[in-house]
Design a protein. Structure first.
Length: 208
């Protein structure tokens, strides 16, 4: 078991981290604004699923391999960056109806979830973050290291999902207004696409 003082410290650090707007937050807000609350929450859930993957990878040591291999790190990094830029370009060039039918979503929740999962898994910075961050709160004298890593990772995932849902709920109201405004709607795809492209460039420029 994780001792109480370590757990309280970890919770405080993670809560501060997940509520500072970052790439996952921007992705979630972009989806909630352009496609509605279900797509926004699905995006947050996809990010959480990707983080579960990274938790498992940190547990079994695969993240350590990525950290040690500059070539593998670069391959995963550029694949993730290319995917984000691809999503951004698609969002910018796809035509949006001038008068959308009420309730029509730009993207389904299922598709938003799948894209978010893939985007998060292909972010090697997340893998290295889990590898470097989680072990700082592991105490071998408290029992199984694997179990402690898993517990810490799941806590991070749950709190991260909570924060993205909060951001999605906040953005959905704005999204409903934007979808009823033809002028703003015309530029919506370009703005969302720009966010994706910017995140892709940011990922490509990250160093190990």
């Amino acid at each position: 078991m994780i001792d109480h003082s370590t757990l309280i410290t970890y919770l405080a650090v993670v809560l501060g981290f997940v509520f500072i707007p970052g790439p996952a937050t921007l992705l979630t807000v972009a989806r909630a604004t352009s496609s509605g609350i279900r797509a926004g929450i699905a995006t947050g859930a996809g990010v959480a699923a990707g983080d579960v993957f990274h938790t498992v990878m940190a547990m079994v040591g695969i993240s350590a391999i990525i950290a040690a291999s500059a070539v593998l790190f670069s391959i995963i990094k550029y694949a993730g960056a290319a995917y984000l830029v691809y999503l951004g370009i698609r969002a910018m060039i796809e035509k949006t109806p001038a008068h959308p039918v009420a309730g029509t979503l730009a993207i389904s929740a299922g598709k938003a979830f799948r894209q978010a999962v893939l985007t998060e898994i292909l972010n090697p910075k997340t893998a290295l973050f889990f590898l470097a961050f989680l072990p700082q709160f592991v105490r071998p004298e408290n029992g199984s290291v694997m179990l402690q890593l898993f517990t810490l990772g799941i806590i991070f995932v749950v709190l991260g999902l909570f924060s993205t849902v909060v951001f999605a709920l906040s953005a959905s109201g704005l999204g409903r207004f934007l979808r009823r405004n033809p002028t703003v709607l015309k530029w919506q795809g370009k703005i969302v696409g720009g966010i994706y492209c910017a995140l892709g460039v940011r990922l490509a420029l990250q160093q190990r």
